[in-house]
Write a protein that binds this ligand. Structure first.
Ligand code: AFD
Ligand code: MN
Length: 388
């Protein structure tokens, strides 16, 4: 098995994008619990996200969500991000919070509504041109609640045509990233419910259209690492939205519900060439912290990804390949588990200190006084949320 020193240089390649919306108030359909100090605008969200990068060195970019993060001057927001040591990242569209979109957006039967949804995405690409973002992330809430409610095939065709128009506006250094989700808010079918549908739609568009895999968007017991392998093999794994879940799209801290699954996912990312500077698969968090403090929740999340990445990099691939070739079932499984069971936390603490970062980022943030500062300063104004 490789030593930590052997794999440490590859850890330097890790970058985990943060979602701006993780710092605003969030909740379930039953209740949104506000927290003191929550940002009131995109500038304050960026400042909070920058605290995560400051103590971990793992999160140099922040994803925006439009219209939640609309500003008059994106150059000013980009400069604010740079002043805080981070940069603007993925632009996430939103065609799920407007009255017109009750029965869908890009899949809608009404030409006027589809036009409105397409134009929203073209506006998002204009913003990407201003921010220098690479990815336009499209998650559609489109679907139906009852059998017979609408013609599923017609919806696929209309959505495909709309995506084609959007894709034609994507620049040569930009990507269209189509995210799938098995259910919610539609409860009979979603128009992009699974990786196969996302793949079919992006394959029809072209090489700069790829799939986003949100780890909370599958049926229970789905072998997610198989999907990771397949999409990497097809050259279409554009990005992850990391989170964890016990039941549905729970948006919990990634790795918290099942660190072994996160480890297996990253093993396949590395095996498939999707990791680090040579890879083209963006790592991003998509989780909201309804009851836990938001900034520490993001810190814990990126540390969980870093820890499972270190364990996955330690995996002795040569020994594993040999055991697999021999058909030695228990030896091969044992080699994988040896890597998973390796406690890399002491070595990671030393690795961080060697890079001038705190050995314990959670403790460093808690001691920084930042929480007390924002609670004291951010009085009044309208706290950011989902805009639901
Ligand atoms: C919701 C959706 C999806 C999307 C995110 C940001 O379920 O995961 O990526 O909002 O738009 O969580
Ligand atoms: Mn997502």
């Amino acid at each position: 098995m490789a030593t930590f020193a052997d794999i440490a240089p590859r850890l330097d390649e890790q970058a985990i994008e943060l979602p701006s919306w993780a710092f605003g108030n969030s909740g379930t359909r039953f209740r949104v619990f506000g927290q003191p100090g929550v940002p009131r605008d995109p500038f304050e969200k960026i400042a909070d996200a920058a605290q995560v990068h400051k103590v971990t060195g793992l999160s140099p970019t922040v994803a925006l969500h439009i219209p939640w993060d609309k500003v008059d001057d994106y150059g000013q927001l980009a400069q604010h991000a740079a002043d805080n040591g981070v940069a603007l990242g993925t632009i996430n569209s939103n065609t799920f919070q407007d009255e017109d979109y009750k029965l869908g957006s890009l899949a809608h039967r009404d030409d006027r509504i589809r036009r409105k949804a397409i134009d929203h995405h073209l506006e998002c690409i204009d913003i990407m041109d201003a921010t220098g973002s690479r990815d336009l992330k499209i998650w559609l809430a489109d679907g139906t609640n009852y059998a017979g409610q609408d013609d599923m095939r017609g919806r696929q065709d209309r959505m495909g045509e709309a995506l084609q128009e959007i894709y034609e506006r994507i620049g040569e250094h930009q990507r269209l990233v189509l995210e799938y989700k098995i259910f919610e808010p539609a409860f009979y079918h979603m128009d992009v419910p699974d990786w196969g549908t996302s793949y079919a739609q992006v394959a029809a568009l072209g090489e700069r259209a790829v799939v986003c895999l949100d780890t909370g968007h599958h049926a229970p017991s789905t072998n997610i690492e198989f999907i990771v392998m397949q999409l990497l093999r097809l050259g279409k794994l554009g990005s992850f939205d990391f989170n964890s879940r016990n039941y549905a799209d729970d948006d919990l801290i990634v790795g918290a519900a099942d660190p072994f699954q996160l480890f297996r996912i990253i093993v396949e990312v590395i095996r498939g060439g999707g990791y680090g500077k040579d890879g083209d698969t963006a790592f991003m968090l998509d989780q909201c912290h309804n009851i836990e403090d938001k900034i520490p929740g993001q810190i814990r999340s990126v540390l969980n990804v870093q820890e499972m990445t270190a364990r996955a990099l330690l995996l002795d691939r040569d020994a594993l390949d040999a055991a697999q070739a021999e058909g030695d079932v228990l030896k091969a499984h044992g080699i994988l588990m040896d890597a998973f069971y390796t406690d890399v936390r002491p070595a990671l603490a030393e690795y961080r200190e060697a890079k001038g970062l705190p050995a314990d980022p959670m403790a460093a943030y808690a001691a920084s006084g930042y929480k007390e500062q924002i609670v004291a300063e951010r009085v009044g104004g309208a706290q950011a949320g989902w805009g639901a």
